[in-house]
Design a binder for this molecule. Sequence first.
Ligand code: NDP
Length: 267
Amino acid sequence: VALVWKAPGEIWERLPNLKAILSLGVGVNHVLGQKDVPNVPVARLLDEHCTQAMAEYVLHQVLRFHRLDPDYAEQQRQRTWQFHPARIARDRCVGIMGLGELGQAAASMLLSVGFRLSGWSRTRKAIANVSCFAGDAELDAFLQTADIVVCLLALTAQTEGVLNARVFAALPRGAFIINCARGEHLAEDDLVMALDSGHLAGAALDVFRTEPLPDSHPFWLHPKIHITPHAATGTHAPSAARHVAENIRRLRAGESLLNVVDPAVGY
Ligand code: NDP
């Protein structure tokens, strides 16, 4: 059994007896994207700690934008005392791209606070109190609902670069973007243009095409971009160890593994 996080591609040919690959992270694009991955089950790590931490991250970023934190921080720097009327959660719709494990956990936490919710996924979902849209044909209708967009899509060839100029233009003016899925989902130059033109009001980014984000990257100093260093959630050793041990037990007992991914769909 290989326990991996970004394993070097040439490792697979040296493991002729491999029975399973267990990713030590939630995403598996780093495994499925490699050449010559053996035809054995690939499972990803998912546990309550990880989903709770992501849901809290999303709630935090949504509330920052909802309560105009970036504006008030700037006003403080300028010593400006200017009050803006407060909106409450039900005045705002959060649109979640990706209604998988993490997207649904985030949706549930946001609903409990009172936000309106919409969501977009590849296959149609039915989730109480969430307006669900599915497939490319319904992307624009979804985007029109969203004041704040959260990207929690799997990274595949179809979703690479999905946060792009066309998508930003379809959002209501003044929308905010939160990307906590993968850096490759975002067309970086398109985001800067949409922020600089005033069409988008702000972005919170946790993931980047190059990590760590290079010193010279324009995102660092952009006044409308808030950066966290791939910190939304992560592997929590105590619960991850239990998950890995359970999957090894299942493998030995001939049972199906937890959280197996489908290489044919890519996540
Ligand atoms: P899941 O695999 O559970 O869900 C992925 C979602 O993406 C599904 O709803 C799926 O649709 C949707 N999707 C995939 N392809 C398309 C498409 N072509 N069109 C529309 N929707 C699509 O993933 P998780 O919820 O576990 O993870 C979400 C993301 O978060 C991943 O990118 C992961 O790598 C990232 N992540 C980020 C971390 C961080 O710290 N920032 C930590 C952990 C994960 P459907 O439901 O129909 O299959």
